[in-house]
Design a protein around this ligand. Structure first.
Ligand SMILES: [Fe+2]
Length: 305
């Protein structure tokens, strides 16, 4: 299991504030020819279960640039779970985060549920989900480093996703004020209170940073824009940093990709920032997304090679 290192331990990373030269060099390359719209992230493929080497290479190239790629496959509304599972395996991913609401195969089927425990959680409703990265309430050892989605069926209307590379969020914050990064790297900056059900603790309180650096020198982001059940450290710099980040996410930044994914399409990502618009299901179009969360980063998409 990957352990998160403090900023001073991970000396050789562009994300360390101590490495101004390395950061500058990396940033120039990162922003050069950065994709401007969702279509630039799309790779047409045949079947993820038999992904060709050239298709994988095209997806990886995009993920190295933007931490995400979209694919449009020819599998249509085929609900075979091996479609998203195969895609993950080709990116070296097998450590699925099987949460308590996941299917038996470790994937999560995101559909509207009107019965059972899932109906009480927003992902299983048709409501909007505001900006976040996945697993922000997980323990430090179980942070989510990659997140893949596969669309079996879209809704009759709505359900668009917005996406933003978390490394871009880091750059925008650091360029505005490097102290914002320091504030958001503080190990106690964000606390998610325990979840209590029937008087018992179902999930413990979790405290940790927003930005952290992994042993490979990569950036991890743990974030939610929600205001309920979230405790931020009460200091002016953190408030300023968060308010700047919220303005970016709620604004019309050219770095935010927005779009609607159709059947057979999917997202491969290093757990980038994302949201979901509210939607309405119809008889023909009952929204069904598979979600796969992993503890590892997509293979071959490390910042230092
Ligand atoms: Fe999510």
């Amino acid at each position: 299991m990957k352990k998160l290192l403090s900023q001073s331990q991970a000396v050789f990373s562009p994300f360390s504030l101590e490495n101004e030269d390395l950061y500058r060099r990396w940033c120039d390359i990162k922003l050069k020819d950065y994709p401007e719209n969702l279509g630039d992230l799309l790779v047409e493929i045949n079947d993820p279960r038999q992904l060709k080497e050239s298709e994988l290479d095209a997806l990886k190239r995009l993920c190295r640039k933007t931490n995400m790629a979209l694919y449009a496959s020819n599998t249509g509304t085929d609900p075979d779970p091996n479609i998203p599972l195969s895609m993950g395996q080709r990116f070296g991913l097998d450590a699925l985060n099987k949460n308590w609401l996941a299917d038996d195969n470790g994937l999560t089927s995101l559909t509207v549920r009107n019965a059972g425990p899932r109906q009480h959680y927003i992902p299983y409703t048709n409501r909007a989900i505001n900006w976040h990265t996945d697993g922000y309430y997980n323990t430090a050892e179980k942070q989510i480093h990659s997140l893949n989605l596969h669309v079996v069926q879209r809704a009759a209307s709505g359900g668009e996703n917005a996406l933003m590379d978390h490394e871009i969020a880091y750059i925008l914050l650091r360029e505005k004020n490097p102290d914002y990064i320091e504030a958001l790297m503080a190990p106690n900056v964000l606390t998610i209170p325990a979840r209590v059900e029937d008087g018992k603790i179902a999930r413990h309180e979790e405290t940790g940073p927003v930005f952290s650096i992994t042993p490979t020198g990569d950036l991890h982001m743990r974030y939610t824009i929600r205001v309920n059940n979230v405790i931020w450290t009460d200091d002016p710099l953190t408030k300023e940093a968060l308010s700047y980040l919220e303005d970016i996410l709620n604004g019309d930044s050219p770095y935010i990709y927005r779009g609607l994914l159709d059947s057979g399409m999917g997202l491969v990502s290093n757990n980038v920032l994302h949201d979901r618009a509210a939607f309405t299901d119809g008889a023909e179009h009952k929204r069904h997304y598979y979600r796969a969360r992993y503890f590892d980063r997509l293979a071959g998409t490390y910042v230092l090679n």
